[in-house]
Design a binder for this molecule. Structure first.
Ligand SMILES: [Zn+2]
Length: 213
């Protein structure tokens, strides 16, 4: 057993493509923000394909707190599924791919501890690495979900994508994630993997919160 080794394992989970001979595409940092059920992981699927076309290998990470689906990330409709490595941080990364050939996806970014995402995008060795960082902007109380978004936006990403779901109570776009009142452990903000959440627009979310008091 390899005790004391890197918390970030070696690349058995990489989505591999040939990187021989052709320069990689330009490094970018993309932030994808939206509530649950906003098809964020479908966006990831398109981005992964772009990075492969641009001759980069893609590694997908998710917080170890997210125990859904084992070592994978899956769209709600089941159409896309990626191998994803659960981690607590990115302090040690022993990858066999050069940083300039690498593309990193971070799913459920809101569950990482303060400072972790900023470490990643300020890592000197990763200046030539492409990033896609995906997370929820708000918790079920319409409050900012941790510090991840502020950390990543402060590093001036090349692209910011705001995804919307469809409100479950009206035809409007949904920007927020609501919780059924009987499902939640009050000590938690949003529990990964729970079915007790649904997308709402701003007006319906305000009404839901009034009704939940
Ligand atoms: Zn609505």
């Amino acid at each position: 057993m390899d005790r004391g080794a890197s918390p970030v394992p070696k690349p058995s989970f990489a989505l591999k493509r040939s990187t021989d001979g052709v320069p990689p595409c330009k490094a970018t940092t993309t932030v994808v923000v939206g509530p649950m059920y906003a098809r964020k992981t479908s966006y990831v699927a398109g981005w992964v394909a772009e990075q492969h076309a641009g001759r980069r290998e893609v590694y997908v990470y998710k917080p170890s707190l997210d125990t859904r689906d084992g070592g994978t990330v899956r769209t709600h409709d089941g159409k896309h599924e990626f191998p994803a490595m659960p981690v607590d941080n990115f302090l040690v990364m022993n990858l066999s791919v050069p940083w300039s050939r690498l593309a990193i996806v971070v799913e459920e970014a809101q569950f990482f501890a303060p400072g972790v995402l900023k470490q990643l995008v300020t890592h000197q060795r990763m200046l030539e690495t492409s990033f896609l960082i995906v997370g929820l902007p708000n918790d079920r109380h319409m409050q900012p979900f941790g510090t991840w978004l502020a950390e990543v936006l402060s590093m001036s990403p090349t692209h910011v994508v705001m995804k919307r779901g469809t409100c479950e109570r009206c035809p409007n776009d949904a920007e927020f994630t609501a919780a059924h009142s009987d499902v939640i452990d009050p000590s938690k903000k949003i529990v990964p993997g729970s079915d007790g959440y649904f997308p709402l627009c701003r007006a319906c979310m305000l009404e839901h919160m009034r009704d939940s008091l």
